[in-house]
Design a protein around this ligand. Structure first.
Ligand code: NAD
Ligand code: UGA
Length: 332
């Protein structure tokens, strides 16, 4: 499988905490840090002995020297002892996903994205953690006119999920303003894809449909566009945010160009060599038509730019999926 190893500048991080380490992005980050020689405390509430997705994600870093897995819920666990001597906390734990955030699940979003974040911030303040990097979301921008979103734009969150991510961001920055609080970089990730992507997300589902011949449900007409960002690029920006001297603020992490869902379907079809049967469904509330990052601040502050384009990233994503499917050899 082709490797798109991110350029890592993790040398300044002797010890780091990654929350959400059994998740898609957290598992990649924990692995990259441990591979670079950082001692990593990975915290997640999902138990690999009962959750196969968590087990598969955690396998990426398990066994690497310096990697320590803690199964705990940030809503009620004792956080302070886990943070002692950490040079940085990467707070990625949260309940993601735009569409399921309507209705009764909102309380889970609120608990993990806001209340648990508050507990992490209090613990960082007590223990004296110098830097917190928090995973925010492009969804805080809400509907745009189609142009690039810059950090100074007024957020207009259009889903309950996005409201919790904006609250999480503001909470972190409020703590950053206190003398006892950590310095904070809030990264607004734009639709992340690549190996181990969550199974509810579109790129995974398009590749899955091409591989299995099962239909793909398309919400809306497929012309909606996303600034799809490859996981290794996300990891590189996230590590850079922990070691950059200037801090306290939000930074977009997205490539600055975007693609439609129909283009993703075309790439998946071409890579796998099988047409996808589409089941058209109505557009979902809370979904925006277009996301596109203005990447200037990430470039100027973090020295970051994306390295992996959509086709190359989807090829790596596909190869990781086929490696998990015994007897499958369709990947181009
Ligand atoms: P994920 O669901 O794969 O990972 C999140 C992890 O957090 C899960 O393993 C979950 O068990 C853990 N978690 C949730 N609440 C917890 C709690 N109270 N205590 C301990 N662990 C808890 O999601 P992901 O796609 O990897 O997203 C990671 C972060 O990035 C989230 O904060 C999400 O909002 C944000 N984000 C993701 C994307 C994306 O495209 N995937 C884009 C923007 C922002
Ligand atoms: C993604 C993540 O899921 C969020 O957690 C994250 O906060 C957000 O990116 C972000 O950038 O901040 P989203 O852009 O909705 O959210 O990404 P997908 O879940 O992959 O959906 C992309 C588009 O595909 C949406 O328009 C959605 O309606 C559509 N879709 C998704 C389908 O048509 N069918 C599906 O089966 C799944």
């Amino acid at each position: 499988m082709p490797q798109h190893e991110p350029p890592l500048n993790a040398a300044a991080l002797r010890r780091a905490v990654v929350t959400g380490s059994a998740g898609f992005i957290g598992s990649h980050l924990a692995r990259a840090l441990a591979q670079a020689g950082t001692t990593v405390i990975g915290i997640d509430r999902r138990d690999p002995s009962t959750d196969p997705t968590a087990a598969a994600n955690l396998a990426a870093a398990q066994g690497l020297p310096g990697y320590h897995r803690i199964t705990a819920d940030l809503i009620d666990c004792a956080i302070d002892p886990l943070l002692i001597d950490a040079d940085a906390v990467f707070h990625l734990a949260g309940v993601p996903g735009v569409r399921p955030s309507w209705g009764p699940q909102f309380s889970d979003y609120l608990a993990s994205n806001v209340l648990a974040t508050h507990r992490v911030l209090e613990a960082c303040s007590r223990v004296g953690v110098p830097r917190l990097v928090v995973a925010s979301s492009s969804s805080v921008y809400g509907p745009t006119g189609g142009g690039a979103s810059a950090e100074a734009d007024r957020p207009k969150p259009a889903s309950p999920y996005a409201v919790t991510k904006l609250a999480e961001e503001h909470l972190c920055l409020a703590y950053a303003g206190r003398s006892s609080g950590p310095s904070v970089v809030a990264l607004r990730y734009f639709t992340v894809y690549g190996p181990r992507q969550r199974a509810d997300m579109f790129t995974h589902r398009a590749l899955q449909a091409a591989l299995t011949g099962q239909p793909l449900r398309l919400y809306g007409d497929g012309h909606q566009r996303r600034d799809f960002t490859y996981i290794d690029d996300i990891v590189a920006a996230t590590i850079a945010a922990a070691v950059v001297p200037a801090a306290n603020g939000v930074i977009n992490v997205g490539g600055g160009s975007n693609a439609s869902l129909l283009e993703v379907i075309n790439i998946a079809t071409g890579l796998v060599g099988r047409d996808i049967e589409i089941q058209q469904d109505q557009a979902r509330s809370g979904d925006v038509l277009v996301t596109r990052a203005d990447p200037s601040r990430a470039r100027d502050t973090l020295g970051w730019q994306p390295r992996v384009d959509l086709r190359a990233g989807m090829r790596a994503h596909l190869q990781a999926m086929t490696a998990q499917m015994p007897g499958c050899s369709r990947a181009a």
